[in-house]
Design a protein around this ligand. Structure first.
Ligand code: KIV
Ligand code: ZN
Length: 400
């Protein structure tokens, strides 16, 4: 029999993993989720958790947006140690001065400035011709560099921009002092293949010291796939948010990207500095403070992400967890996987649930008669909880 061929992008065993910087924008793009408004102490609490989790960059806010935003960023800059603290600024003097003021007391300050580069944004939104856009971008980066050494430049709507124009503006801002070049998929329009090719193209065009960065939105549900593809093309910073919150359909989800690299290290030669056991705690905190619930079937952090319902799956995980688990719940800071008791559950899971509740000594015959009653109950009730099981056993209604 012929063996399947190895996929082209599978790294060889000797490839040294490359470090991907995780740039968290929960407090800036994430806070742009409709209906979300975090106060200073909530932002600070999230920022401390992001630092504990090991993110490389915290984008703490958009200081020009309001005096409150400026103060929020500056508190994080003063109090959170470890990560780079970034403030966002449009390519204009007032924005950049506000960002500079907000991050001035950070241990590692960064100004992140941006301007749109797609034909539609330049013509309809900015009403500027491409030469004027390049000029503004260069002036903005020069001004930002007069305040800090670490300047990031983003070409808003980059994935709908012309590639030669991206090269032109990126070379100009790198010359002016930008060290990180971010390529946002602002409207969530691109595909993994396009993203991989765009980053490979930019990497070949730009000086080697430049860090290329991706920033993906999830309008087509491709934000994580596009971020991972960007890394394959040469991105060494990924911008993302906890729980994937953000404008419209949200941003690329931090926990999904990190766990994809971690779990499929055989396919992706990348590492991050994230302490994965802090992921669940970060997710719960952001959900609670932002008021945005996490969908139950969300990968990694959803309620059902490590729950098994069907009898076949439950029997499998009782015998060996790896049968239906590609990562352990504990690795992301959760309790071990749960067997959800319902009408699809099998006898093995039922017996295990009884044993876990302290009914270990039960005869096979009693388990059999209780199991029939349990199935009737599950048909009527849906999910069966520990108290239902205790009532079933203690009522002795199955004993004639
Ligand atoms: O989506 C986007 O283009 C942005 C930029 C400001 C980086 O959020
Ligand atoms: Zn964005």
């Amino acid at each position: 029999m012929t063996q399947p061929t190895q996929p082209a992008n599978t790294p060889s065993k000797t490839t040294q993993p490359e470090r991907i910087r995780i740039f968290d924008t929960t407090l800036r793009d994430g806070e742009q989720s409709p209906g979300v408004a975090l106060n200073h102490s909530q932002k600070l609490e999230i920022a401390h958790q992001l630092a504990r989790m090991g993110v490389d960059v915290i984008e703490a806010g958009f200081p020009i947006a309001s005096p409150g935003d400026l103060e929020g960023v500056s508190r994080i800059a003063r109090e959170v140690r470890g990560p780079i603290i970034a403030g966002l600024a449009r390519a204009g003097r007032a924005d950049i001065e506000a960002a500079a003021k907000a991050v001035e007391l950070a241990e590692h300050p960064r100004i992140h400035t941006f301007i749109a580069t797609s034909p539609i944004h330049m013509a309809k939104k900015l009403n500027l011709d491409p030469d004027a856009v390049v000029e503004r971008a260069v002036q903005a980066v020069r001004l930002a560099r007069s305040f800090v050494d670490d300047v990031e430049f983003s070409a808003e709507d980059a994935t709908r921009s012309e590639w030669p124009f991206l090269v032109r503006i990126f070379k100009a801002v790198v010359e002016a002092g930008a060290t990180t070049i971010n390529v946002p998929d602002t409207v969530g329009y691109t595909t993994p293949r396009e993203m991989r090719e765009l980053f490979a193209f930019l990497k070949a065009e730009l000086p080697a010291h430049v860090i290329l960065s991706s920033h993906c939105h999830d309008d087509l549900g491709l934000a994580v796939a596009n971020s991972v593809a960007a890394a394959e093309g040469g991105a060494r910073q990924i911008e993302c948010t906890v729980n994937g919150i953000g404008e419209r359909a949200g941003n690329a989800s931090l926990e999904e990207i990190v766990m994809a690299f971690h779990t499929r290290a055989d396919a992706y030669p990348f590492t991050t500095g994230i302490r994965t056991r802090e992921l669940y705690r970060a997710s719960r905190l952001v959900s609670r403070l932002s008021g945005m619930p996490v969908q139950p079937n969300k990968a990694i952090v959803g309620d059902n992400a490590f729950a098994h319902e069907s009898g076949i799956h439950q029997d499998g995980v009782i015998k060996a967890r790896e049968t239906y688990e590609i990562m352990n719940a504990e690795l992301v800071g959760r309790e071990a996987a749960v067997l959800v008791m319902g009408k699809h559950s099998g006898r093995a899971a039922f017996r295990k649930a009884l044993t876990d509740l302290g009914y270990a000594e039960m005869s096979d015959e009693r388990v059999k008669s209780l199991f029939a009653r349990f199935k009737d109950l599950a048909d009527r009730k849906g999910q069966i909880y520990a108290d239902d099981l205790r009532a079933l056993v203690d009522s002795r209604s199955d004993i004639p």
